[in-house]
Design a protein around this ligand. Structure first.
Ligand SMILES: Cc1cc2nc3c(=O)[nH]c(=O)nc-3n(C[C@H](O)[C@H](O)[C@H](O)COP(=O)(O)OP(=O)(O)OC[C@H]3O[C@@H](n4cnc5c(N)ncnc54)[C@H](O)[C@@H]3O)c2cc1C
Length: 472
């Protein structure tokens, strides 16, 4: 019997641990290297998981407010910040600890440390205790992830200036918070602080929140956030910030040239993320890094250096955990000699605000930009029994359909629970479903998932829950 392949995975985020665990399951000898005590990466320690734990709390607070409309009044919430923090940290610990156990069960060698290259197949690992070790491998998978982008004009050495990691630490509940950037991270974390009682102002340099998402999906969220936030300033940039001791004075510049100054207790800068491709010794390999800092890979996730693969945020957009995990699987299967390629038809995107926004496959904006002929079938949630029972009728589900083949090309949803529902859209697109497949799939009643089926019926003019004239 030949020796098992000896592989190293650098970075223990969702891409890295998924790759390491699958490689072990396929019989490879695996070493996983990450600075944290357990695998988890950004997603578990300072991204997806802590943010969703806090958003759950935010939703509860908001819902208890809304309950007034239903004849139930709760007293104003008393927030024990230390306990809230420790609950959130407990969630993170439970999940990362679980990954530590799974890693041991699979006999993955986990090294707490940082890796750099000596050459294409040899890593130098600086361990957490300061010692260094040279280790040789048959293949190396880079899963080093990303970090918050920094704007030089907004760099101040004060804890009042935060990135997403600082905001998740929840040091206090500031009276006022300026969120720089109207992307999903800024809106999610802004929603958490607003629910806890902070007066939040969001500044976005583009004309709309969540650039990249279709405008009709963003509209219901924008309307709700207008009530939750003190201000949403579009076409506006933060030109300068100044530490005044008792607060941060920010100069907010509108596109028409007007500027105003405002003082905030804290500022969250959430203007995007940068790939961690500045890996020590990478220049001693043949790996190529593109103009935006992403490591270049082919459809098997192999870099220009045949023994090195790369996955996750460090290889490009969309920088999302589920994309990283699937790339990890593909890279390992490719190393194992399987005939595989990473070429999904749909990668879902979810904004976990309230309401949530989720989409997959083709967007309307993309179709317009590419001059593609599509038919859009929309089902308003005001006609959904389930949405009305939840007192959340502002949602909408839409299907983007090829008018010639009637194939579902894209799905967009805004409304509570959209993030759970979008998986049906991904499955429809991956299975090349036609609109009638979706329309003829019996959905349980009363659920929000029915709105996906109803959208397909809208396409045919056969939805009995709303009135739309027939096609043609
Ligand atoms: C606030 C926030 C919320 C988010 N919410 C979501 C969400 O809801 N859903 C979603 O899909 N995505 C979300 N993301 C994005 C998600 O976290 C990332 O897409 C995902 O973590 C990328 O996984 P990865 O495996 O590529 O790398 P990462 O998770 O970034 O992990 C990389 C790991 O590699 C380590 N590393 C770096 N260099 C080295 C080295 N030289 N040696 C050893 N280790 C190294 C890093 O320390 C890190 O632990 C969120 C991100 C943030 C910041």
């Amino acid at each position: 019997m030949s020796e098992p392949l000896n592989i190293a995975v650098v970075g223990g985020g969702p891409g890295g641990y998924a790759a390491a665990f699958l490689a072990a399951d396929l019989g490879m000898s695996v070493t996983l290297i990450d600075p944290e005590v357990n695998p988890g990466g950004v997603c578990l320690y300072r991204g997806c998981i802590p943010s969703k734990a806090l958003l759950h709390v935010a939703k509860l607070i908001e819902e208890s407010e809304q309950a007034k409309n239903w004849g139930i009044e709760f007293a104003a919430p008393k927030i024990d910040l230390a306990r809230l923090r420790s609950w959130k940290e407990g969630v993170v610990k439970k999940l990362t600890g679980g990954l530590g156990i799974l890693s041991k069960q699979r006999k993955v060698t986990y090294i707490q440390g940082r890796a750099g290259f000596e050459n294409s197949t040899t890593l130098q690992v600086i361990k957490a205790d300061g010692s260094t070790q040279s280790l040789a491998f048959d293949r190396i998978i880079l899963a080093t992830g990303s970090r918050p982008a920094i704007v030089p004009a907004l760099k101040l050495d004060t804890p009042r200036m935060m990135d997403s990691t600082g905001a998740l630490n929840l040091e206090d509940i500031p009276g006022t918070l300026l969120v720089v950037g109207g992307g999903y991270i800024g809106l999610e974390l802004g929603s958490v602080y607003a629910a806890l009682g902070t007066r939040v102002t969001v500044v976005e340099m583009l004309p709309g929140l969540l650039p990249g998402a279709d405008r009709d999906l963003v509209l219901p969220l924008h309307k709700r956030l207008e009530k939750m936030f003190e201000g949403i300033l579009l076409n506006t940039t933060v030109a300068a910030v100044k530490d005044e001791g008792s607060g941060i004075r920010a100069t907010l510049k509108v596109q028409d040239g007007n500027a105003q100054e405002k003082v905030f207790d804290r500022v969250l800068v959430s203007v995007g993320r940068k790939p961690n491709s500045e890996i020590s010794g990478l220049d001693k390999t043949q790996v190529k890094v593109g103009a935006k800092g992403f490591i270049e890979v082919n459809k098997q996730l192999q870099t220009a250096d045949p023994s090195i693969y790369a996955i996750g945020d460090v290889v490009g957009e969309p920088m999302l955990a589920h994309k990283a995990m699937h790339e990890g699987r593909t890279a390992v299967e490719a190393i194992a000699g399987h005939k595989v390629a990473f070429e999904p038809n749909a990668i879902p995107a979810v904004v976990f605000t309230d309401p949530e926004i989720a989409w997959c496959g083709l967007t309307e904006t993309q179709a317009q930009n590419e001059n593609r002929e599509i038919k859009v079938a929309k089902f308003p949630w005001a006609a959904s029994g389930r949405a009305v029972t939840l007192d959340r009728p502002e949602g909408m589900t839409k299907l983007l359909i090829d008018p010639r083949t009637e194939r579902v090309l894209g799905v967009g949803i805004v409304g509570v629970g959209a993030g759970e529902m979008i998986a049906e859209g991904v499955l429809a697109i991956e299975m090349a479903a036609l609109a009638h497949d979706v329309a003829h799939t019996i959905h349980p009643h009363p659920t929000l998932s029915e709105t996906v089926m109803e959208s397909a019926e809208v396409f045919f003019g056969t939805s009995t829950d709303i009135y739309r004239p027939k096609r043609g």
